[in-house]
Design a protein around this ligand. Structure first.
Ligand SMILES: [Zn+2]
Length: 314
């Protein structure tokens, strides 16, 4: 049984497909979870109504008084002080929509908006693979590549909130074009989408998913294995740059590409080693994250607790 007076916060993971929410207490225990789909075609007002309904349902069960706040992890660039999402291809219609203020108004509870990968990085720091360190970087390897930097136990935001866009680091100066306007972004060379495109260029098939390319690699297909080596090299370049920039003790990888670790990690380590003096001369760890899909929920839920500590310390 949950003690009736336990304080908790609610973390929301707003994805382009799924909308998930969890009530989590200050010790990191998940008290309740809910999940549904993100009804993007109905427009932002309807999605916000769904988010608010999910939060209300949890709040009614667990108590209004005990709710510390709400954290929302969302794809896209976040303008922190305005509580806006901008430039998220996964959330069309949300560009410059006042999502934070709208949810706060409907709920009458404090809401913190955060980039989804930043939230996942914070979740790994709070309850996952990064519990023992204060500084870490997380790369989420999915359809695209997200990034989050945790420094001194907190998300590094930069001056408007757009720091940590590590998927758009240049790893190949004249590489593949990216929707962000650059060419050779990490996510164009090491994401699931990139694996599919490389497989196509290698003549493995026109519409192979990254999972199918992985299965070919498992079966011993040399071209498929080369695809993952190229992916690993791109990651190694990015990690060498990150290690040189931050000298953090821990760099974590998560996301749907992790099962292919055995095929991309050797090239990744080799490339990082070759390019980073700091990596060669320290016991810097590059490891798998452990919370999977839950990282973003943990991180989003942790935001109100962290904000409360700061506020009460002032
Ligand atoms: Zn890019």
């Amino acid at each position: 049984m949950i003690p009736p007076m336990a304080q908790y916060s609610i973390g929301v993971d707003l994805g382009g497909t799924n909308l998930r929410a969890a009530a989590i207490d200050a010790q990191g225990r998940i008290l309740r979870k809910s999940s549904g789909s993100t009804n993007l075609s109905a427009g932002p007002d309807a999605v916000v109504a769904d988010i608010v309904a999910a939060i209300r349902a949890l709040r009614e069960e667990l108590g209004t008084e005990q709710l510390v706040g709400v954290g929302i992890g969302s794809p896209g660039f976040i303008i922190m002080d305005k509580g806006l999402i901008t430039g998220s291809p996964n959330l069309p219609g949300f560009d410059n929509y006042p999502i934070r203020d709208e949810i706060e108004r409907l709920l009458r509870a404090p809401v913190i908006l955060e980039n989804d990968a930043n939230a996942a990085a914070l979740g790994e720091k709070w309850m996952g693979a990064g519990r023992e360190v204060d500084d870490l970087v997380l790369l989420t390897l999915g359809t695209g590549i997200g990034g989050g930097v945790i420094i001194g136990g907190r998300v590094l935001h930069g001056f408007v909130g757009m720091a940590g866009e590590l998927g758009h680091m240049t790893v190949v100066p004249t590489g593949n074009p990216c929707g962000c306007g650059n060419t050779g972004c990490l996510e164009k060379h090491a994401s699931a989408t990139a694996v599919s495109s490389m497989a196509k260029l290698m003549g493995l098939g026109d519409d192979l998913s990254s999972e199918q390319v992985y299965q070919l690699a498992v079966g011993g297909n040399e071209k498929a294995r080369t695809v993952f080596q190229m992916m690993g090299q791109a990651l190694g370049v990015a990690l060498a740059n990150l290690v040189n920039a931050f000298n953090f003790p821990l760099y974590l990888l998560s996301g749907g590409m992790l099962p292919a670790w055995e095929f991309f990690a050797p090239a990744m380590f080799e490339e990082c080693r070759r390019r980073s003096f700091v990596y060669r001369h320290t016991n810097t760890r590059i490891e798998k994250a452990i919370l999977g899909n839950e990282a973003g929920l943990y991180g989003a839920a942790y935001l109100p607790f962290q904000a409360r500590v700061i506020t009460s310390a002032c």
